[in-house]
Design a protein around this ligand. Structure first.
Ligand SMILES: Cc1cc2nc3c(=O)[nH]c(=O)nc-3n(C[C@H](O)[C@H](O)[C@H](O)COP(=O)(O)O)c2cc1C
Length: 174
């Protein structure tokens, strides 16, 4: 049996999880409503995990489930605003959360999420404003910097895309 888990705050990782769940005809649950041993009892687990700075939501649950050492296949889908074609930061974040023996057993796909500045907490909004100001003030912006600035400028950005789940489904059905 397969299970799709979302560790989402504002809903974009959850949207991907629901699309993937439909594609796999698998149930979809929230990370905070499920235990590691339930994950470790499945044949296949897909975790859609939102990125918040140094935080990869749901990574503790994933680590605990993988450490149970069952034959479960784990697929991690990171959901963030950065462009995975322009940065390796997401792989670095995954490496910071899961050690090499676990990463060897993990398949990872990076997808792009959404953000509505009006829905953020004061602290989150301030963090984003700080990043935006720093990037805007930078003289020699890299392609990665410019791409990040472009997505942080509008109040609302939505890069979620149902078609983007194709590589996740391919990985799962392999
Ligand atoms: C405070 C904060 C920090 C963030 N940090 C990152 C980041 O380091 N890298 C990234 O790609 N996206 C980052 N994002 C964007 C989120 O990952 C993106 O909005 C994602 O779609 C959120 O998922 P959710 O809607 O499921 O909560 C950040 C967003 C906020 C509000």
């Amino acid at each position: 049996m397969s299970l799709v888990v979302h560790a989402s705050k504002y809903g974009s990782a959850r949207r991907y999880a629901e699309w993937i769940g439909e594609g796999l005809a698998a149930p979809v649950v929230a990370a905070d409503g499920v235990r590691a041993d339930r994950l470790a009892a499945e044949d296949l687990v897909v975790l859609c995990a939102a990125i918040y700075g140094p935080q990869l939501r749901g990574s503790d649950l994933l680590r605990d489930a993988m450490r149970q050492g069952t034959a479960t296949r784990f697929v991690l889908v990171t959901v963030g605003l950065s462009d995975p074609a322009l940065t390796t930061k997401r792989d670095e974040l995954v490496a910071a959360k899961l050690d090499a023996p676990l990463r060897e057993r993990l398949e990872v796909v990076h997808l792009r999420g959404a953000m509505d500045r009006d829905r953020l907490t004061f602290v989150e909004r301030s963090m984003m404003a700080g990043i935006r100001t720093a990037l805007a003030a930078k003289r020699d912006r890299t392609a990665e910097d410019q791409a990040m600035l472009d997505v942080l400028e509008p109040v609302r950005v939505d890069l979620t895309d149902r078609a983007a789940i194709a590589p996740v489904l391919e990985t799962c059905l392999r």
